[in-house]
Design a protein around this ligand. Structure first.
Ligand code: GLP
Length: 239
């Protein structure tokens, strides 16, 4: 694991944008994307670079990690809208090359199976990840199989509470999601994980130093040959 420590959130975002910008310039084909509070600054800075250089993303395909079940593509709290607002609408990427699971699919199980096929066929060059305070990646909560594929999952109370800040009320946070599995994520050629803030410090310590265990899903990244972690001082304060 390659660990890059930055002073703060802004520097983490800048370093991550620079990292992905290099990959885009060298013709990366499939980029795996993540949501949550952590990558917002990254998307802002990456967008700036792309537009300053008038770089077209017409040959790029993106696949997101996850989507809430029950939220349609136009729902303000859906990850579809998050991606539009923070990235897609600001850059030149064909909408038909940007994939997220459909949270309103008639059968979420079938949607997860179809998404798994899509991701496996595309093959991810670089997968961006955040990390939950409980060590989750995507929506793979503690106890998820380390070789799991894309599927429907129940969110833990901790994650529902943590994500309630994006909703008006906690009751509005969906209880389930479709997520890429840990096994799916591990097949990406390269992984870039971002972490910021003291509330992530325990999870980050376990991810880097702890035993590999389903109880902290991110620990599985120790088994991946090409992982870079860009984290700020607070997130790395326990390592
Ligand atoms: C969310 C997402 C994850 C994200 C994590 C941390 O539930 N499904 O992809 O990495 O939780 O989010 P945040 O960056 O807001 O702390």
């Amino acid at each position: 694991m390659n660990i890059i420590e930055t002073k703060n959130y802004e520097d983490m975002s800048e370093a991550a944008a620079g990292y992905v910008w290099l990959r885009l310039q060298s013709g990366m084909r499939v980029l795996g994307l993540a949501t949550g509070g952590t990558p917002i600054g990254f998307y802002e800075r990456l967008t700036e670079r792309i537009n300053t250089h008038s770089h077209s993303l017409k040959d790029l395909t993106t696949v997101n990690l996850d989507e809430y079940i029950g939220l349609g593509a136009a729902h303000p709290n859906s990850y579809h809208v998050y991606m539009q607002e923070h990235f897609f609408k600001h850059v030149d990427i064909p909408p038909q090359q940007t994939y997220l699971p459909d949270g309103k699919a008639a059968s979420p199980e079938k949607e997860a199976d179809d998404y798994e096929k899509l991701v496996t066929e595309l093959g991810i060059d670089l997968q961006l990840l955040g990390i939950g305070a409980n060590g989750h990646i995507g929506f793979n909560e503690p106890g998820s199989p380390l070789d799991g594929r894309s599927r429907v999952v129940d969110l833990t109370e901790e994650t529902i509470e943590a994500n309630a800040r994006f909703f008006e009320k906690e009751e509005q946070v969906p209880r389930q999601a479709v997520t890429m599995g840990i096994g799916t994520i591990m097949e990406a050629e390269e992984i870039l994980l971002l972490a910021s803030g003291a509330e992530k410090a325990e999870a980050v310590r376990d991810m880097i130093e702890g035993p590999v265990t389903e109880e902290v899903p991110a620990t599985v990244l120790q088994r991946h040959p090409n992982v870079t972690v860009i984290a700020d001082r607070d997130a790395l304060s326990l390592t």
